[in-house]
Write a protein that binds this ligand. Structure first.
Ligand SMILES: [Fe+2]
Ligand SMILES: [Fe+2]
Ligand SMILES: [Fe+2]
Length: 476
């Protein structure tokens, strides 16, 4: 039992704790037992019990629904009484979670449990609950930080353009480039574990200084004169100052803030020294800023703006390639090539004319949804939890908005849709699926968004557009 407590204390993260909890507790008896863990949200009507991790005879049951009536009964008792259940040959552990749900671990094949052992088991209980609480607090603090970063960046972004997912796309591509650099052994000294962990998030704040630039200049539809250009260029210095100030509050030793501040200041420097604000050249420009500078330009090129169409990926690649060694670090341009190659290999879904419902607003919504699912796949592939979380937030948000827009649209069209109610039910069910995926991921019950989940999202969306949304497509 001491060994079990020690293992619980040593578990480094929530994900690892949940992954191993059933295994730890299965070792309670003399012989190795079978055990599984399940998670239930308190107050959720008609919860269905699903195995999330298991060992012994439940080893391959992850994701399966629980059908055994006796076991279900025991779990329900533990839930109802919010306490461990001791039944002949089985223990049901009840762990409460600070955010209002319960974690149940069912262990079978344990011997007789007397009053003395029960007391000892309560001790393990405290250890687990304490550990969950501690990890949850840390996770919560991280999420608060992440939400603030996104809110701040969103504010600056909003001033300039309304392509809300520009910043998430940038974070993903920044991480992807770093990944390639690591694989190829480039910039080994600069790319420390901390750099790797924070660069994606730090990239999000690159333009935060735009908040200080007057709209009359930022949104001017005509060409800027030299004085106006100079004012726009100060967004780099403004951003750096704001982030530096925040960093000072934390005594200057917050890695993320320091990294963000160097990116904000130098993301418009050119490799040949012709950029701004400091005219740094070559390796004198911090690596972080060189990467984000490249990704920023690339993403702006492939995005539609009020004054220009979206360039194709190939056109954007050709442009940055031509600028290799001039505006951009050649090694990074090379890495960007590799990123694009990798992406092609990861089989995302693509929007094609076949998916068009002959309504440009709805088509645009569908395109964004497809993009977000592909972004989720990319973020998952590079294994950046923060970015995966942000994309999941965005996906849920956008899905719900889109469904509302679509339903309103159908109602407004005045045409008669006999299956509208059934269609709405499909929407509700899908939004719930995304909610569940997000919830489980956020609370650490899944260490990864696996391929099945990605497949499910892609298949659902394309099937729904092709078979359901298509019924409502405007007559040509
Ligand atoms: Fe900028
Ligand atoms: Fe729909
Ligand atoms: Fe739709």
């Amino acid at each position: 039992m001491l060994e079990i407590c020690r293992e619980i204390d040593r578990t480094p993260s929530l994900e690892a704790l949940y992954e191993n909890l059933a295994h730890y507790l299965a070792r309670l008896g003399d012989a190795p037992a079978s055990a599984f863990m399940t998670v239930v949200k308190h107050g959720a009507a008609g919860y269905n019990l699903r195995i999330s991790q298991g060992t012994g005879r439940y080893a391959n049951a992850a994701g399966a629904a629980l059908h055994d009536d006796l076991v279900r009964e025991r779990l329900r008792n533990a839930l109802g009484q919010r306490a461990n259940q001791y039944d002949p040959g089985a223990v049901t552990f009840y762990f409460s979670h600070p955010e209002g749900f319960a974690i149940l671990v069912y262990v079978e094949g344990v011997g007789e449990i007397d009053a003395e052992s029960m007391k000892l088991l309560e001790f393990i209980d405290d250890r687990v609950v304490g550990s969950i609480r501690m990890h949850s607090l840390a996770t919560q603090a991280h999420r608060t930080g992440r939400a603030m970063v996104l809110a701040l960046a969103g504010l600056a972004e909003h001033k300039d353009q309304d392509t809300g997912d520009h910043i998430l796309r940038m974070a993903i591509m920044t991480d992807e480039i770093v990944q390639i650099l690591v694989e190829r052994g480039h910039y080994r000294e600069e790319i420390t574990p901390e750099f790797k962990r924070h660069i994606g998030t730090a990239s999000i704040l690159h333009d935060v200084g735009k908040v200080a630039i007057p709209d009359s200049i930022l949104k001017k539809p005509a060409l800027l004169n030299p004085e106006e250009r100079a004012i726009i260029e100060t967004h780099t210095v403004h951003g750096k100052k704001a982030l530096e100030k925040a960093s000072r509050i934390l005594d200057g030793n917050d890695y993320l803030l320091n990294l963000s501040s160097e990116i904000a200041l130098h993301h418009h420097e050119y490799y040949n020294g012709q950029g701004y604000p400091a005219q740094l050249a070559g390796q004198d420009i911090p690596l972080s800023a060189r990467i984000v500078g490249l990704v920023d330009v690339f993403d702006a090129l492939v995005t539609e703006r009020s004054y220009k169409r979206a360039w194709t990926e190939q056109e954007a690649i050709d442009y940055v390639t031509e600028q290799s060694g001039k505006q951009f670090d050649p090694l990074l341009v090379e890495a960007l090539h590799k990123v694009m190659e990798y992406r092609k290999g990861s089989a995302p879904i693509r929007w094609t004319e076949a998916l068009s419902v002959k309504d440009s607003d709805m088509d645009n919504d569908h395109r964004c949804l497809i993009d977000l699912i592909n972004q989720l796949a990319s973020a998952e592939k590079i294994g950046n939890r923060h970015i995966v979380e942000s994309v999941l937030d965005k996906l849920l948000d956008y899905t719900i908005d889109h469904f509302h827009r679509e339903e309103r649209h159908m109602q407004k069209s005045g045409r008669h849709f006999p299956e509208l109610e059934a269609h709405k039910r499909q929407h509700t069910a899908f939004a719930q699926t995304i909610k569940d995926i997000r919830w489980q991921y956020l609370h650490g019950f899944h260490a990864r968004i696996n391929q099945e989940v990605l497949l499910l999202l892609r298949e659902w969306l394309s099937r729904h557009i092709l078979t359901e949304d298509m019924k409502y497509s405007a007559p040509a």
